[in-house]
Design a protein around this ligand. Structure first.
Ligand SMILES: *Cc1c(COP(=O)(O)O)cnc(C)c1O
Length: 401
């Protein structure tokens, strides 16, 4: 079999294959070059890594365990293992890159971080890291999302972040990113932009990927220690793609491991009903980078939808577009209903309430288990579901709850 060569890093213009790059002004390019240079320096700096690793261990609680989901496995006939990113401080994988980004900003002498947030998860992780490391934190959030996501808005307030309500357009994540970019243009001398996934202009996809790769490094070692061998399948949900690339990177070179990225099918296949950018998108540009993008026949960016607000972005990380193009990772979909069913299933079978985002990966693992009994399936459980319980009980109550 011909070995596929997998590009680990983007080329010098920030492209992974045909995707990525920097579609931004020259002024911003100059600033992003500084972020790139500092990142390249600090990622191999002993003091930086000692400090980051100390925070990951003693503050966030790494390494997160791998858990054998015994009841789920028995019910569906495959061995299902969960990488417990839900056990991180603040309840999801986002703290991994937030600590890295804020620490980098601090090393660069910045006094503020600027970020966008949709459902508020990235905002909370950034506000947490900024409080800890003593930086100011401006979070741009659509006014619609602010109304919807009260608990996370309150968390950010308590943590001391400054929340800026974005009223333009649909008042959701896409506009929040636009406004955060604009603000950063005016403040880049003292502030650093800190994006929430493996998206945006170069070098952000590689930077966030670097800080998330700890998940895959740990998971590979842990599953071998626990079971004596590699898994047959690795599964993660894909919004922008940071938790997925984090775990995938541990296994990309293991040809015998089948890797699955799960996109949200939402309510259906039609434009506007889902957020499955790789499955239904076409090449396009959003927020300064090229990717598979949900758009109409005129190239207008479509509204993305998923029951899991952390997944409803019309674009997707360039590395995923590349891994899809070379066939190393299979991208498939799970709809709202299947995700909700998996949300209850994991809660009832294992006593673990997953985030609705992560429920997409759990739902897909159950599908794989039915299809391939006796296989060993490793799922990245990217976050916990506390943030989703009110919503689920209101909109998708179980007859007995
Ligand atoms: C934000 C979020 C996601 C989606 O983001 P990725 O960058 O695709 O990982 C997935 N799971 C949880 C719990 C999240 O909070």
């Amino acid at each position: 079999m011909n070995k596929i060569k997998i590009e680990k890093l983007p080329d010098e213009t920030g492209f992974f294959g045909n995707y990525g790059g920097q579609y931004i002004s020259d002024e911003l390019k100059a600033e992003f070059k500084k972020i790139y240079d500092n990142f390249i320096y600090y990622k191999d700096d002993k003091e930086f890594n000692d400090e980051l690793n100390d925070l990951l261990k003693h503050y966030s609680g790494r390494e997160t365990p791998i858990y054998y989901a015994k009841n789920l496995s028995k019910k569906y006939g495959a061995d299902i293992y969960l990488k417990r990113e839900d056990l991180n401080h603040t309840g999801a994988h986002k703290i991994n890159h937030s600590l890295g980004e804020v620490l980098l900003a601090k090393k660069m002498g910045k006094t503020k971080v600027i970020a966008e947030t949709g459902a508020g998860q990235h905002g909370v992780a950034m506000a947490t890291a900024a409080a800890l490391l003593g930086l100011q934190c401006d979070i741009y959030m659509g006014e619609v999302d602010i109304q919807k996501e009260k608990p996370n808005v309150n968390r950010m307030k308590i943590l001391g972040a400054n929340i800026i309500s974005v009223t333009s357009g649909a008042g959701t994540l896409k506009e929040a990113v636009d406004e955060a970019f604009k603000a950063y243009m005016n403040e880049y001398k003292t502030a650093m932009y800190a994006i929430g996934s493996v998206v945006g202009p170069h070098p952000f996809p590689m930077l966030v990927e670097h800080f998330q790769s700890v998940v895959g490094r740990e998971a590979r070692k842990q599953i071998i220690e626990m079971t004596g061998a590699l898994p047959d399948c690795v599964v993660a949900c894909v919004g922008g793609g940071s938790n997925a690339i984090g775990i995938f990177n541990g296994f990309l070179d293991d040809e015998e491991v089948n890797i699955y990225g799960v996109e949200p099918l939402g309510k259906g296949e039609k434009l506007g009903e889902n957020a499955a950018s790789i499955t239904y998108g076409k090449d396009g540009i959003i927020h300064g980078f090229k990717c598979l993008l949900l758009q109409d026949e005129n190239g207008e960016i479509a509204n993305a939808y998923s029951v899991a607000s952390g997944l409803d972005y019309p674009g997707v990380g360039p590395k995923h577009c590349y891994l899809n193009s070379i066939g190393r990772v299979k991208y498939d979909t799970v709809n709202d209903k299947e995700a909700i069913d998996a949300f209850y299933e994991l809660s009832r079978e294992e006593g673990i309430i997953p985030a609705l985002e992560s429920s997409h990966a759990v739902a897909y693992a159950i599908k794989l288990a039915k299809q391939y009994p006796n296989k060993k399936i490793l799922v990245n459980l990217s976050g916990r579901g506390d943030k989703d319980i009110d919503f689920v009980l209101e909109h998708f109550p179980k007859s007995d709850s």
